[in-house]
Design a protein around this ligand. Sequence first.
Ligand code: URA
Length: 267
Amino acid sequence: MPLPPLDDEPDGERLQKVLARAGIGSRRVCEELIADGKVTVNGVAAVLGRRVDPEADRIEVDGVPLSVREGLVYYLLNKPAAVVTTASDPEGRRTVVELVPDEPRVYPVGRLDYETEGLLILTNDGDLTHRLTHPSFGVEKEYLAEVTGTPSRGVLRMLREGVELDDGPTAPAKASLQPPNHLTLTIHEGRNRQVRRMCDAVGHPVVRLVRTRIGPIVDRTLKPGEWRDLTPAEVRALETQVAGAAKASERAERKAAGAARHAADEE
Ligand code: URA
């Protein structure tokens, strides 16, 4: 009877092959990661020789899930001005999904205003979309804002400390000025028209707004209207950011629960 091929069903694929395909490193590097106990499958440290079903098994490297599910796509678009960040527009305006391939169907991760330009991720990975857009994960976004007038040092301080908006104060932002009128602002809240409203609130309305970074993702070569696939390393870097944020928020929750128990014990 012929022997079954090495990497075939029913036992799944070799873990190092799956890791290498996901862009973690060469098979050799992936074998070392497994041997070092850095890879878990369904929560259990994997051993060399482990076979997996990448569709069904939850594989993590250093606690960060692997983005290898088949059929998932991740595009980075440089959104031009005068394009809406929705899947369809009742007013018939151009939409961001018209700028990337039709199939598979993808959705924008968060939104940029009609007139805002710059980096936007589109994907069919709903799980990552949720984690990237949820405020509790606090992924940083950096914007370059051309504003009217020249913001003073006092204005920069106000932006850094947080400004009062009609839906509440903003969290502290990073703010710097390239004189005379270009502000770099880094925020992690993602409230509606937040940068424009922050600049209005300090008396320097935005003339032009460009998003230049989403967490670890930057690209200075992509022209307006152009898109490219995120690399596996970039997808992983995004996963790492949200995994780190999730752990930090779990720690904060545990600390708060501990403090509440402590307070109850003392009563
Ligand atoms: N802040 C804004 O004001 N507009 C955007 O499009 C993004 C952030």
